[in-house]
Design a binder for this molecule. Structure first.
Ligand SMILES: NC(=O)c1ccc[n+]([C@@H]2O[C@H](COP(=O)([O-])OP(=O)(O)OC[C@H]3O[C@@H](n4cnc5c(N)ncnc54)[C@H](OP(=O)(O)O)[C@@H]3O)[C@@H](O)[C@H]2O)c1
Length: 278
């Protein structure tokens, strides 16, 4: 099936840009958003509409979705892609820093979904793709708050997929590892304003290790976009789509840890049931 209509947030650069490019090459129509509505370099105007969207402004989200439906009357693939990172130990993150990142990485995608779902449900087919992160499955020191936004997005995607399946809708949470976009640059990653020396060996070390990988990440954004396209076109799309061998390694390590805790603490876990339910 070609001729689908995609709605993709954050196509100015990075994964969103690659995804718009790949969908256009596939013969689909794309409605992409940038902060100012300007056409990003490297994308052909043919079959592409660019809308302004300020993810921090609920009215802007409502307007962008209304404009998208006014353009093509449908959205077949809704991609919540735009987002940013916050680095620093959990204790150092201020309340406004936490609220800001949850606003952009979680509340904005939820608002996008809420505005689209009534039309998508009525349509009886479609796919919601939420760009989460491997951090949401296997959080690391130094990026716990960012991981929290992505864990919430993945968890909500999982529940949502079960709720909307009867309407013919699919939901996929994409969990990439490190991809060579500008995500690790100061354009996309904020540091907590507060700094706590006591976390140098944990959060500090992890953050240094992460930032020195900028420009050397193994993941190719174009290949990520092609993988997402493959998932969208699959007869049985995945609920979770991990991207990158680093993502696979981190997820497996997390599963092993969970499995270990489950087995070692199984008796204690079972001991909390009321006796009559045994
Ligand atoms: N690259 C990775 O290693 C990686 C790994 C896991 C998950 N991810 C996720 O993948 C998604 C895309 O990231 P990327 O790698 O493509 O990074 P990127 O190159 O930094 O691109 C981020 C995109 O999000 C947009 N954006 C960020 N904050 C925004 C805001 N407040 N309002 C509107 N637009 C905003 C940016 O627009 P501007 O250009 O206007 O800033 C840009 O288009 C993000 O959700 C990220 O968390 C990335």
């Amino acid at each position: 099936m070609t001729g689908r209509v995609w709605f993709i947030t954050g196509i100015a650069r990075g994964l969103g840009h690659s995804l718009a490019q790949v969908a256009l090459e596939r013969g689909d129509r794309v409605i992409g958003t940038t902060r100012d509505g300007a056409l990003p370099g490297g994308l052909s105007k043919q079959d592409l509409e660019v809308l302004p969207l300020d993810l921090g402004d609920p009215a802007s989200i409502k307007q962008a979705l209304a404009s998208a439906y006014a353009l093509h009357g449908r959205i077949d693939v809704l991609v919540n892609n735009a987002g940013y990172g916050l680095l620093g130990p959990v204790e150092a993150a201020s309340d406004p820093e936490v609220r800001d990142i949850f606003n952009i990485n979680l509340f904005a995608p939820l608002a996008v979904i809420r505005h689209a779902l009534p039309r998508m449900r009525a349509q009886g087919c479609g796919h919601i793709v939420n760009i989460s992160s491997i951090a949401g499955i296997a959080p690391a020191p130094g990026s716990g708050i960012y991981a929290g936004t992505k864990a919430a997005l993945s968890a909500i995607s999982y529940a949502l997929s079960q709720e909307v399946a009867p309407f013919g809708l699919w939901v996929t949470a994409v969990e990439p590892g490190a991809f060579r976009t500008e995500f690790l640059s100061s354009r996309s990653i904020l540091r907590t304003a507060a700094h706590i020396d006591d976390y140098a060996a944990t959060s500090g070390r992890a953050v240094d290790g992460l930032l020195c990988r900028d420009g050397r990440q193994a993941g190719d954004p174009r290949l990520a976009a092609l993988a997402i396209l493959e998932a969208v076109e699959a007869e049985e799309p995945p609920l979770d789509l991990l991207l990158g061998s680093d993502a696979l390694r981190r997820a497996q390590a997390r599963l092993d840890h969970l499995d270990d805790d489950l087995r070692r603490w199984e008796d204690v876990s079972r001991s909390t049931d009321l006796p009559e339910t045994a």
